[in-house]
Design a protein around this ligand. Structure first.
Ligand code: ADP
Length: 162
């Protein structure tokens, strides 16, 4: 059984993240989608809320596990016995940070590869940060996130869609 780990902040999950999960599922038997808990990083949604939204978007899929972890991604990947870490690449701007992290993770756990997947073009400019900015100023986010996520964004950021 080939298992991949897709770690991230997912604050909140966007259609871009969902697209990467779908692609990973064509390559692996199982994908562990794991919210990285980083107490020094300020997030809009709590870990529990982010997990709840991931579950709402992905639904019941026996090939996807949704969870969270603390500490280094490389150590968690090793502990879970995965073959690869999945990361999404949107643009050149993602590359430098992702490349650095992939090489560092390889030094920490040589047997775990990092695989980069590109989303559909229409999702290539999507980020959780951008979506939250749009929601905060009352913009329409329904094209970019699942409707449960859009609802939660409106509740949390206290705005209504225009
Ligand atoms: P992190 O804080 O780990 O970067 P994110 O939730 O922002 O957490 O992203 C998790 C992973 O998903 C990263 O590899 C990121 O580049 C990728 N990603 C985020 N948004 C998109 C998108 N729209 N299309 C493809 N990949 C994406």
């Amino acid at each position: 059984m080939r298992i991949a780990l897709y770690p991230g902040t997912f604050d909140p999950i966007t259609n871009g993240h969902a697209d990467i999960i779908d692609r990973a599922l064509t390559l692996f038997d199982k994908v562990i989608v794991a919210v990285a808990v980083n107490p020094s990083k300020q997030t809009t949604f709590s870990v529990e809320e982010r997990i709840e939204l991931l579950k709402a978007v992905i639904g019941n899929n026996e090939n996807v596990e949704i969870t969270s972890f603390c500490g280094l991604t490389a150590h968690y990947a090793e502990k879970r016995g995965v073959a690869a870490i999945i990361r999404g690449l949107r643009a050149v701007s993602d590359f430098e940070y992702e490349f650095q992290m992939a090489l560092m993770n390889r030094r920490l756990v040589p047997k775990v590869e990092t695989i980069f997947l590109m989303p559909r073009g229409k999702y290539a400019y999507l980020s959780s940060t951008l979506i939250k900015d749009i929601a905060r100023f009352g913009g329409e986010v329904d094209l970019f996130v699942h409707k449960k996520v859009a609802e939660k964004l409106r509740d949390k950021l206290g705005t209504k869609s225009t």
